[in-house]
Design a protein around this ligand. Structure first.
Ligand SMILES: *Cc1c(COP(=O)(O)O)cnc(C)c1O
Length: 405
């Protein structure tokens, strides 16, 4: 076996398909969000660009309250936490954060984990493998972290057509009320920007005695009067069995969690290997997340401004004849429909116009639906939007990309 040729060939395959990932080397600038330095290497000076695809949707990653809380904790407690939660790594601020998360979602308890990815993976793999003869019913568009967790659980898996209530009901009826069942889905699907009919899905979960598992990663901090997510906005939060979220997107820091009844949370705490066998976050991280959640619980200013910006951008794209996809959420996807073209459009925006938007290609989205995905935030002002629209029109005409029908 020639190991190196194997690796080289595999990478060559990705490159030939236009799927090889190149990361933008960014340096964020406190106080100037969404502007950042782009390091291009080659001995060139960094260039200042505008980031249009950040998941720090509200700019909380540089909010003074968040930074102050993090700095105070570094000064007081230092760098790392010193262990796993079980062996010396449970700090007062981790416990306070879990209490805050439980309260945010109106649940009895919450459990903090390394990331949203780890929270999905650990919870679904633990529940799926421990619940006797469990079936997990999974929305076809679920995130990779859920898919890998379900696979690892080795539980039977049924895929329901994306947001299709009839298909979900067929599967539930077919399995019957006595079998252990988990219905796993997201609220905001971040590539199309569509939103699940959560209340109706919960009706079915209740009718057929299934546990509901809701990934609100793209919605926490963003929807609901306190940032509890779409389930809070829709008034159905108390009916969700397990809510999963991240501290790394709208909350602007890092980390993931679940919230639910105390028995479920205690079960994952006690049996979830992805929780048990890894060190806990530095206290400063937990303190930053806590400050961010508390701020967004009370302030609607960022959420309202974000919604207005997203609507404005969408309208400006429509007016310009750009093929913006309709979506009821904060995400603004612009269809390109070809992998190489999508990458080329992104490159030109970056190098000719100082606009950074990552191309979204297969396998993140189906082939033929490659797109640019914009996440406007409260700080993308009119001037930045003008510049974006003009630049998009230039690139669209240079490359001959299809405009809206
Ligand atoms: C980003 C994402 C995750 C993972 O969350 P991290 O905190 O980034 O690990 C989980 N689910 C969905 C739908 C996501 O988009």
């Amino acid at each position: 076996m020639n190991y190196n040729n194997f690796f080289k060939d595999a990478l060559g395959g990705l490159k030939a398909e236009g799927r090889y990932r190149v990361f933008a080397n960014l340096e964020r600038i406190v106080g100037e969000f969404p502007r950042a330095w782009l390091h291009t290497g080659n001995g060139e000076e960094p260039r200042k660009i505008t980031v249009w695809c950040s998941n720090d949707y509200l700019g909380m990653g540089q909010h003074p309250k968040v930074l102050d809380a993090m700095q105070a904790e570094i000064t007081g407690q230092g760098g790392g936490a010193g262990g796993t939660r079980n062996i010396s790594g449970s700090n007062h601020v981790h416990v306070a954060l879990e209490e805050e998360l439980a309260s945010l979602h109106g649940k009895e308890a919450a459990l903090l984990m390394t990331s949203g990815y780890v929270a999905n993976w650990t919870t679904l793999s633990t529940l799926g493998s421990k619940l006797p003869d469990c079936v997990i019913i999974s929305d076809a568009f679920n995130h990779n972290s859920m898919i890998e967790g379900m696979r690892h659980s080795k539980a039977e898996r049924r895929i329901w057509k994306h947001n299709d209530l009839e298909h979900l009901e067929q599967i539930l009826a077919d399995l019957g009320p006595n079998r252990a069942k988990i219905v796993a889905f997201e609220s905001v699907y971040s590539m199309d920007g569509d939103i699940a009919p959560i209340g109706k899905i919960l009706d079915l979960c209740e009718k057929y005695n299934a546990l509901s598992y809701l990934d609100e990663v793209h919605a926490v901090g963003m929807y609901g009067p306190h940032g509890g997510g779409v389930a809070e906005r829709d008034g159905v939060m108390d009916r969700v069995d397990i809510v999963q979220g991240t501290l790394a997107k709208a909350f602007g820091v890092i980390g993931g969690y679940i919230a639910g009844k105390s028995e479920i949370v205690d079960f994952v705490r006690s049996f979830g290997n992805g929780f048990i066998f890894t060190s806990s976050h530095p206290p400063s991280i937990a303190a930053g997340a806590l400050a961010s959640i508390r701020h967004l619980k009370e302030s609607n200013v960022e959420r309202e401004a974000q919604k207005e910006r997203a609507e404005t951008l969408r309208q400006r794209m429509r007016d310009a004849g750009l093929p913006v996809m309709d979506a009821p959420s904060h995400i603004v996807p612009l269809m390109v429909g070809d992998a190489a073209m999508c990458k080329e459009a992104s490159d030109r925006l970056l190098y000719d116009h100082d606009i950074y938007v990552q191309p979204i290609n297969y396998p993140t989205v189906p082939r033929g639906t490659e797109r640019l995905r914009f996440t406007p935030g409260p700080l993308h002002n009119d001037e930045l939007i003008d510049h974006l629209i003009n630049s998009l029109l230039t690139v669209w005409s240079q490359l001959g990309i299809q405009k809206a029908a």
